[in-house]
Design a protein around this ligand. Structure first.
Ligand code: IVH
Length: 677
C-alpha cells in the first residue's frame, strides 16, 4: 500500500484509540490540542486522497448529508423485548419457571441496570462497524448508521483477540442528564418545544434525518448483549468482558447473583442509588449467565425466557393540596389539576399534578388541605394516586366540579357513558384553538419543529393564524420582530428564525397522508387510527365519502370514532379547510409504494393474533406489498385467516362456519415463497 494510505490508516487507528480513552475510559492520554492536530492531519490527507474515503473514518463522526428517509433492513436475529416483573414474588415465579425447564441445572444470574433509552443493534464485520438498526417491529428496523456513527463512544473499528468475523452487539442509546438539560435549554431559547424526558429526546435524536444535528447532541450508548454465530464465549458475563476488551462501552454496573436474595440485594441497592446516576434507569435486568441455557429456554413471540426486567415502582411524595385548577385541552376536554405545596419528587420540584376527571375527584374524595400522594412514572406530568385526611380537615367540603369553561365560560357538557366533561365552544375557546395549532405542528403530525408552543401563541396573538391554512400563507416578513407573550422573558423572532420557520412549513408539505390526517385533530382520531383510516381509504375523498358502515369495518374503529368522523366531514368549514390545504400542496393521498409482486392479487386476508417473525401491521404490509387485500373481519369474502398466537376465538369460529382456510405464519411464508397462492 502507498505511503499516504499507511499514514491515513495509522491516524485513524490513533484517533480511534484516543476517542476510546476520552469517551469510554474517561481518561485521555493526550491533550485536546494534540488530538485536534491529528484530526486535522487526517482531514487534510483524506481531502487530498479522496480514493481512501471510508464512512468509518473518525472524520465522519460530525455527520454528513441530510438523508431523505431511513431504509429498512431485516435484523439477522429478531430484536426481542423483555418480560417485566414488578415484585419479588413475580421475580421468584420467573426464576422458578426457568429452573423447572432446566431441571435442576445450576443457575447463575447476571444483574444489570435497565437503561431508559432507545434500543439499537450494531452489526460488525471483520472488525468494522457495518450498520445500526433500530428495533422497528423486531423483525425489521430503520438503518440509522449515519446517526450512530456520530456517537463517539461507539467504535467504528475494533481491535483485540477472538473477534468473530460477523456479530451483532445490542444496547441502548441514552441522553445523559447533563447533556439533556443543556440541550433542552437551548431548544427553549430557540422557541422550540422542550423534550419531556431524556428517553424521548434520545429516541427523537436517533430518528433525525440530519446526522450533523445528531452529532451536536452528546448522546451515549451502553452495550449489553452480544449475539452471532462466531462468538465462542458461553457465558454472558464473559461476553461482556470480551466486548469491553474490544473497546465497546460496556457499563460497569454489572454483578453476578447466585440466589434470589443476591438479586434482590442488587435491586434494592439500585432502587436507591439510581438517583445518583448521571442517566435514567427504569429497572434492573437479570439474565442467565450460561448462554447454553439461553438456547434451551428459547423465547416467546416477544421476549426471551432467560431474561427479565424488574421495573422500579414509580416514585411517590406527599404534599398539601392548595387548590384544584382546570385545564382546557385541544379537544375541549377539561382536566382537573391539583396544585399543592412544592415537593421534591424524582430529582425535581413539583407543585402540580393531573387528576383524570370528575369521577376521579369523587373517587379519591379529594378536598382542599388534604394530603395528596403524588406519583411520577415515565411521563413528565405527575399524577395524584391517593389522598390522606388530617383530623382537622375532616369537616372540609367535597370539591364540586366546575359547570362552565374556566376560559370562555361556555356551559360544559358531559356525555352519556363518558367520564369527562368538555367545553363545546370548538370555534371560539382560545385554549382549544391554540391546542389544535400546537397539535397540527407537533412532531407526529406536520412536524414543524421550529414552531413551539410559545411561537404558536405569538402568531395567534398577532392574528397571523386563523386556521391551519394560514401557516401556508405566512411570509418571513410577517414574522420578523414578533415578540414573545411572556413579559418576564421577552424574546423576539429574528430574520434567521423567521426563515427557518418558513422553511419548516414548506417542508411539511412532504408529510405523508396518515400524519396529515392525524394533524387535522379530529376528535378520537389518534395516530394509529389515522394510519389505519389512511391505509384503508387511500385518499381523503374516499374517506369523506365513507359511510358509517365502511368506517366501522376498519380495525379498532367503533361507534365513537365513526360518529366523530361523520360529524367532522359533514361540517362545510372543515371541507373547505381541507380543500384549501390541498391547494397549498399537503398530501391527502397514500403514496403507493411499489408492489413487490402480484402473487396475492385477488386474495383477501384476515390477520389475527401475534406472530413470531412479524408485528401484525408488518405482516399486513407484507400482504399488501404482494397485492393482497386486508379485511378486518372474517366473512364470505375472506380467502385466508392467518392465525398467530392468541387468535380471536370468534374469528376462528366464523372461519370454520364459512369454510375459510386457516393457515399459520410459517405456512403463509412458505406458500408465498414458493408462489403457491
Ligand atoms: S437485554 C433479548 N439488557 O429494555 C434481550 N435490555 O424493556 C435483549 N434495556 O428491549 C435486551 N437495559 O431496549 C437488555 N441491560 C439491559 C437493558 C435492556 C435496557 C432495554 C432494551 C429492551 C428493553 C425491554
Amino acid at each position: 500500500m502507498s505511503q499516504p494510505f499507511n499514514r491515513i490508516e495509522e491516524l485513524r487507528r490513533l484517533i480511534n484509540r484516543y476517542n476510546y480513552e476520552y469517551y469510554v475510559l474517561d481518561n485521555s492520554s493526550i491533550d485536546d490540542m494534540q488530538f485536534d492536530f491529528l484530526l486535522k492531519e487526517l482531514e487534510s490527507l483524506e481531502k487530498q486522497y479522496p480514493e481512501f474515503y471510508s464512512a468509518n473514518s473518525p472524520t465522519q463522526r460530525v455527520g454528513g448529508e441530510v438523508s431523505k428517509g431511513f431504509v429498512q433492513a431485516e435484523h439477522n436475529f429478531p430484536m426481542l423485548s423483555l418480560s417485566n416483573t414488578y415484585s419479588k414474588e413475580e421475580l421468584v415465579d420467573f426464576i422458578n419457571r426457568a429452573a423447572q425447564s432446566l431441571q435442576g441445572e445450576n443457575l447463575e444470574w447476571v444483574c444489570e441496570l435497565k437503561y431508559d433509552g432507545v434500543a439499537i443493534s450494531l452489526l460488525y464485520e471483520d472488525g468494522k462497524f457495518v450498520r445500526a438498526l433500530t428495533r422497528g417491529d423486531g423483525v425489521k428496523g430503520d438503518d440509522v448508521s449515519d446517526n450512530i456513527r456520530t456517537i463517539k463512544s461507539i467504535p467504528l473499528e475494533i481491535y483485540g483477540e477472538n473477534i468473530p468475523s460477523k456479530f451483532e452487539i445490542r444496547g441502548e442509546v441514552i441522553f445523559p442528564h447533563k447533556a439533556f438539560e443543556e440541550f433542552n435549554l437551548k431548544r427553549i431559547e430557540n422557541g422550540e418545544e422542550a423534550f419531556a424526558n431524556p428517553r424521548n429526546a434520545a429516541s427523537g435524536s436517533i430518528k433525525l434525518l440530519d446526522s450533523k444535528e445528531v452529532a451536536q447532541r452528546k448522546l451515549e450508548c451502553f452495550l449489553y448483549y452480544m449475539i452471532g454465530e462466531g462468538i465462542e464465549e458461553n457465558f454472558h458475563y464473559k461476553r461482556l468482558a470480551q466486548a469491553c476488551s474490544w473497546n465497546f462501552n460496556v457499563p460497569k454496573y454489572v454483578a453476578i447473583a447466585k440466589s434470589v436474595d443476591e438479586i434482590m440485594d442488587f435491586i434494592n441497592y439500585w432502587d436507591i442509588e439510581r438517583h445518583n446516576l448521571p442517566f435514567d434507569i427504569d429497572g434492573i435486568v437479570i439474565k442467565l449467565n450460561n448462554t447454553n441455557q439461553w438456547e434451551q429456554l428459547g423465547a416467546t413471540a416477544k421476549s426471551p425466557r432467560w431474561a427479565t426486567a424488574f421495573k422500579f415502582k414509580a416514585e411517590q411524595a406527599k404534599s398539601k393540596l392548595l387548590e384544584i385548577e382546570y385545564q382546557v385541552g385541544r379537544t375541549g376536554v377539561i382536566t382537573p389539576v391539583a396544585v399543592f405545596e412544592p415537593v421534591r419528587l424524582a430529582g425535581t420540584w413539583v407543585k402540580r399534578a393531573s387528576i383524570h376527571n370528575a369521577e376521579q375527584i369523587q373517587k379519591l374524595d379529594i378536598r382542599e388541605n388534604d394530603i395528596v400522594i403524588v406519583e411520577k412514572g415515565g411521563e413528565i406530568i405527575p399524577k395524584i394516586v391517593g389522598v390522606e385526611r388530617d383530623k382537622d380537615n375532616e369537616n372540609s367540603t367535597p370539591i364540586k366540579f366546575i359547570e362552565n369553561c374556566p376560559i370562555c365560560n361556555a356551559k360544559l357538557i358531559k356525555e352519556e357513558g363518558e367520564a369527562g366533561h368538555y367545553c363545546p365552544n370548538y370555534n371560539h375557546c382560545p385554549p382549544q384553538i391554540l391546542g389544535r395549532f400546537q397539535h397540527f405542528v407537533s412532531k407526529k403530525a406536520m412536524n414543524i419543529d421550529t414552531l413551539g408552543a410559545e411561537r404558536i401563541k405569538m402568531l395567534f396573538m398577532a392574528d397571523l393564524i386563523k386556521d391551519f391554512y394560514s401557516f401556508y400563507t405566512l411570509k418571513a416578513e410577517d414574522l420578523i420582530g414578533l415578540e414573545s407573550t411572556d413579559k418576564e422573558n421577552k424574546t423576539s423572532i429574528q430574520e434567521k428564525g423567521a426563515k427557518n420557520i418558513i422553511q419548516a412549513i414548506e417542508k411539511s408539505k412532504e408529510i405523508e397522508f396518515p400524519k396529515v390526517l392525524y394533524a387535522l385533530g379530529i376528535r378520537f382520531v389518534g395516530e394509529v387510527t389515522a394510519k389505519r383510516l389512511a391505509n384503508t381509504f387511500k385518499n381523503i375523498d374516499n374517506l369523506i365519502k365513507a359511510t358509517k358502515e365502511d368506517l366501522l369495518s376498519v380495525e379498532d374503529v367503533g361507534e365513537r370514532i365513526a360518529d366523530s368522523l361523520i360529524d367532522y366531514f359533514s361540517n362545510e368549514d372543515n371541507l373547505e379547510l381541507i380543500s384549501k390545504l390541498k391547494t397549498a400542496g399537503l398530501q391527502f393521498e397514500i403514496k403507493e409504494t411499489e408492489k413487490e409482486s402480484n402473487k396475492l392479487s385477488n386474495l383477501s386476508f384476515v390477520v389475527s393474533g401475534t406472530f413470531i417473525n412479524f408485528s401484525r401491521d408488518g405482516l399486513k404490509q407484507l400482504i399488501e406489498s404482494h397485492s393482497g387485500k386486508i379485511l378486518s373481519s372474517v366473512s364470505s369474502k375472506t380467502d385466508y385467516l392467518i392465525c398467530g398466537e392468541k387468535t380471536g376465538p370468534q374469528k376462528i369460529k366464523q372461519a370454520e362456519k364459512l369454510g375459510v382456510k386457516m393457515i399459520d405464519e410459517q405456512e403463509f411464508i412458505n406458500k408465498l415463497n414458493i408462489g403457491e397462492f
